[in-house]
Design a protein around this ligand. Structure first.
Ligand code: GDP
Ligand code: GDP
Length: 454
């Protein structure tokens, strides 16, 4: 009991609400070089990413957990990657559009020493149209001499410009206070509703068939639920009834708009993927079964695991599957996707509709695992048996003893083991394997952490 109290005191127990998924999203938007990435690092209270990032190297990670005045939120960083000069205006507008779609509030950054440009004004129009709360940031106000330039940005019609120096930290506290006032306490993307629609992200690299599958699965059924009472949702999401219950397919606007077809759009695709995963409870990673698996496929699977979301892997274009390719595919899966052997697999054809009806049962299975809680008594009985049959190997004459374990949270299941010494990674993996064999957890990542107690 002592241990449980301690866990709660440490904030490990999330009370059944997925705090991460519910965190509101603050996007930082603006032209290149206005200081977006510098500001993001300032918000995160560290100096990584930008400064070390080489131009042209896109970062995998685009959103980061952040906190200000005790409030948790997610920052979406759209800065720090190269924009080709030729299409610069178009690209900035595109970037802004994606980020605005995904955000609950926007920090719009302008370089006060340059003043507003045509591109800035283009973004302002997008911001107005979106109706999302905007906080106007006048950056590079390193000293009082530049204050007047900041004031000139009233002309953008976005209200008060907040003069800051992202580089030196000047004014950033006041700015964040203003951002917190603009940001809703819970994300419109992720209001956890008991018995509400489950949230699905359909992800995968370009051309695997996401929009085809969306049309097949969602297209024909869309009409059924349009205005579900009490449901908050983003216009980029689609609400549908499948298998007798409502589902929200998140960020489908991105799929339908086919953002990835534009040039150099890897970054947008990656931004959307990351954001969609974070908005969802379960992700369907779509893979083209007719072509060799790529690193990008594997990276997307890993993104889902890292985000702690439930997972279904769907192998599409099965109608093109050639008998010669099958053994290759099976081998690829075995070799490259070993880390997700626990994920339900469905073979489908978005073109013909073959087996697409198997998707929903797989989603339900994964979500059920994601929500599973093993009672403490059962968990400890299981571990007791396991440890006596397979004790931790002796190291230097010592053997860590497992004292007690508890499931600290669900969504996904996270376990904490208290032990008298550190447990080796191999032994933790062994425990995970046995946990899965015993309790299922098909379709959900699980984590095991160890606390050493004397
Ligand atoms: P991004 O392209 O909008 O992400 O811009 P960066 O954050 O990469 O910044 C572009 C350049 O402006 C870098 O050289 C930064 O050091 C510089 N910079 C950013 N913020 C400030 C600031 O507040 N004052 C000054 N003087 N320079 C800044
Ligand atoms: P997205 O980029 O992931 O949204 O992929 P699309 O849905 O746009 O599909 C890319 C291409 O693959 C299109 O030409 C589709 O017609 C085709 N395609 C999608 N699903 C299937 C499938 O199951 N079988 C076949 N043969 N082609 C498919």
């Amino acid at each position: 009991d002592d241990d449980l109290a301690l866990l709660e005191g440490e904030g490990l127990d999330d009370g059944g609400v997925d705090v991460e998924a519910a965190a509101p999203v603050l996007a930082v938007v603006g032209r290149p070089n206005v200081g977006k990435s510098t500001l993001v690092n300032r918000i995160l209270g560290r100096r990584e990413a930008v400064v070390e990032d080489k131009p042209g190297v896109t970062r995998d990670r685009v959103s980061y957990p952040a906190e200000w005045s005790g409030r948790r939120f997610t920052v979406v960083d759209t800065g720090g990657w190269e924009v080709d000069v030729a299409g610069i205006d178009k690209r900035v507008a595109q970037q802004a559009e994606v980020a605005i779609d995904l955000a609950d509030a926007v920090l719009f950054v302008v370089d006060a020493t340059v003043g507003s440009t045509d591109t800035d004004e283009q973004v302002v129009r997008l911001l107005r149209r979106s109706g999302k709360p905007v906080v106007l940031v006048a950056n590079k106000v390193d000293g009082p001499a530049v204050e007047a330039d900041a004031a000139a940005l009233w002309s953008l019609g976005l209200g008060e410009p907040h003069p800051i120096s992202a580089l030196h930290g000047r004014g950033t506290g006041d700015l964040l206070d203003a951002a917190m006032r603009a940001l809703p306490t819970v994300s419109a993307h992720a209001v956890p509703l008991p018995d509400g629609p489950r949230r699905v992200a359909l992800v995968g690299r370009p051309n695997v068939g996401k929009s085809s599958l969306l049309n097949k699965v969602v297209g024909s059924e869309r009409v059924v639920v349009d205005d579900l009472a009490g449901t908050t949702r983003d216009p980029v999401d689609e609400l549908v009834a499948l298998g007798g219950r409502p589902w929200v397919f998140v960020d489908t606007a991105g799929i339908r708009r086919r953002v990835h077809q534009t040039t150099g759009a890897d970054f947008y695709a990656s931004l959307r993927t990351q954001a969609a995963i974070e908005k969802a409870e379960v992700a369907v990673v779509l893979v083209d079964a007719s072509a060799p698996m790529t690193e990008q496929d594997i990276r997307i699977v890993q993104q889902v695991i890292d985000a702690g979301r439930a997972l279904v892997v769907a192998y599409n274009k099965w109608d093109l599957m050639d008998e010669d390719r099958r053994p290759f595919l099976e081998r690829e899966i075995e070799q490259q996707l070993v880390q997700v052997q626990w994920a339900p697999r469905v073979n489908v054809s978005a073109r013909t509709g073959w087996h697409t009806d198997r998707l929903v049962p797989a989603l339900e299975r994964s979500l059920e695992s994601w929500d599973t809680r093993i009672p403490t008594g059962r968990l400890n009985a299981f571990l007791g048996e396991l440890v006596s049959a397979h004790p931790h190997p002796l190291r230097g004459g010592k053997q860590p003893r497992i004292l007690f374990a508890t499931q600290a949270s669900t969504r996904p299941p996270r376990f904490v083991i208290f032990a008298s010494g550190f447990l080796e990674a191999g032994y933790r993996r062994f425990i995970e394997r046995r946990l899965r064999e015993t309790f299922g957890f098909e379709g959900t990542p699980i984590t095991i952490s160890v606390r050493v107690r004397e």
